[in-house]
Design a protein around this ligand. Structure first.
Ligand code: GDP
Ligand code: MG
Length: 437
């Protein structure tokens, strides 16, 4: 058991700072994670470089590895970056929103989702069909408009999209509607004619919001798409759709980094209710795919109250180590033990689990030791010298163990105390001394 204590103590005491060296391994993992989430490689590199600079020299939490710590920091940075800017729409009334993006990204569906959601907030939506290239596109918008009980302006047989937009706007305003959503056409790839058309439409209807709607699975192409649309029509927001799919959504990071346009909404399914404001924390852990490590570090932050540990170390150094302290120590070790089992499940984190591992036997024994201490009165715990043989017999009976086991624990406590005194006498309390414990 003292071995375990030694280990635990080393972790309690082991302060480390993040450095190029101890971060290297984790950063490699992070880079791989970002790339496999389809973050653009240049974006991934720039992001990691930036976070790295921020990290060097930071203290590492005493119970986690530098690698785990850095993943948590990266996760927090990623969340902060993705969450920059507001998800709020302009508060102008009437509110004019233009949807742009590639074909199949989800513009038409999202137009209806947005209308439905804002209708609940008291808006009177009016959809305007500005995708005239596929006859089915107009039908599709009319269908979803019908499903949410919202009027839809459409004009078949004319190719003049900006004129259609203007007319739709006039009609919507005349009807007293105050939310006008322009659903535009997309192409499989960005082309000049399309860009010219939405530029002109924008000039003519002067929208308050220009939302780029992108499929969450878009991948590397995201950089180019976001950049081109932003330069052409100055995006005010991004909507990521199909987040109900498998895509890790690295495009969110790419687009945010390139355009600095806030990501405002998320599409989470084909139904018109599958729509939500964008949650940067969820997106971050999806992109990084290391939510386990992140929650592990968070757990460690809670588990080891640093002050508690410092207090205990101080008491131990002063040679005043009683059974209360021992009990506290057992409990901290127990927490570390259950953490080690989590860590064992994490890829690449097994090393640490090995260090702190607690087998069943040790855990059982610790439970018995705890029971013995709990059978002592508070006074006895604070003043172990009170423990004469009649008290020991009572404690053994109370905790359901043999008298010999009580004696054993008391002996163990004495030994620990003696060792601590010795170390204190030795003056320096270096790592070397701790190891001998
Ligand atoms: P547009 O070409 O940009 O107008 O895209 P559409 O709105 O027509 O959507 C293309 C396809 O993606 C349709 O089959 C939609 O049902 C589907 N879709 C749109 N948004 C989502 C979403 O958030 N999740 C899922 N699973 N499918 C979506
Ligand atoms: Mg469409």
């Amino acid at each position: 058991l003292t071995d375990k204590l030694t280990n635990a103590m080393r972790h309690l005491r082991g302060t480390a700072k993040l450095s190029e060296e101890n971060m290297a391994e984790a950063l490699k993992e992070v880079r791989a994670a970002l790339l496999s989430a389809d973050v653009h490689f240049k974006v991934a590199r720039a992001f990691i470089e930036r976070v790295k600079e921020k990290c060097v020299g930071q203290d590492v939490l005493k119970t986690v590895t530098p690698g785990q710590q850095i993943i948590k920091i990266i996760n927090d940075e990623l969340t902060a970056l993705l969450g920059e800017g507001s998800t709020e729409l302009s508060s102008k009334k009437p509110l004019k929103i233009m949807m742009v993006g590639l074909q199949g990204g989800g513009k038409t569906t999202t137009s209806a989702k947005l209308a439905k959601s804002l209708k609940k907030d008291g808006y009177k939506p009016h959809l305007v069909a500005c995708d005239i290239y596929r006859p089915a596109a107009i039908d599709q918008l009319e269908t979803v408009a019908g499903q949410i009980g919202v009027p839809c302006f459409a004009k078949r047989g004319t190719p003049d999209v900006p004129a259609i937009g203007e007319e739709g706007l006039r009609e919507a305003l005349a009807a007293g509607d105050d939310l006008i959503i322009f659903d535009t056409a997309g192409r499989l790839q960005i082309d000049e004619q399309l860009i010219d058309e939405i530029k002109e439409l924008k000039r003519r209807v002067n929208p308050d919001e220009v939302l780029l709607v992108v499929d969450g699975a878009i991948g590397q192409e995201a950089v180019n798409v976001a950049k081109t649309f932003n330069e052409a029509v100055q995006l005010t927001g991004i909507v990521m759709t199909k987040l109900d799919g498998d895509a890790r959504g690295g495009a969110a990071l790419s687009m945010k980094e390139i355009t600095e346009v806030p990501i405002k909404f998320a599409g989470t399914g084909e139904k018109l209710d599958d729509f939500d404001v964008f949650h940067p924390d969820r997106m971050a852990s999806r992109i990084l795919g290391m939510g386990d490590v992140v929650s592990l570090v968070e757990k460690a932050q809670e588990t080891i109250d640093e002050k508690d540990a410092a207090n205990m170390a101080e008491r131990m150094m002063s040679g005043d180590f009683n059974f209360e302290d021992m009990l506290k120590q057992f409990r901290q070790i127990k927490k570390l033990g259950s953490m080690s089992s989590i860590m064992g499940m994490l890829p690449g984190m097994g090393k640490m689990a090995g260090n702190m591992g607690m087998d069943d036997k040790a855990e059982k024994q610790m439970k018995r030791s705890e029971a013995i201490i709990l059978s002592m009165t508070p006074k006895e715990r604070q003043k172990p010298q009170l423990l004469n043989s009649s008290r020991r017999t009572r404690i053994a009976r109370g905790s359901g163990v043999k008298l010999a086991e009580v004696n054993q624990l008391i002996k163990q406590h004495m030994q620990m105390k003696k060792m601590m005194k010795k170390m204190q006498g030795g003056g320096k309390m270096g790592k070397g001394n701790m190891k001998k414990m």
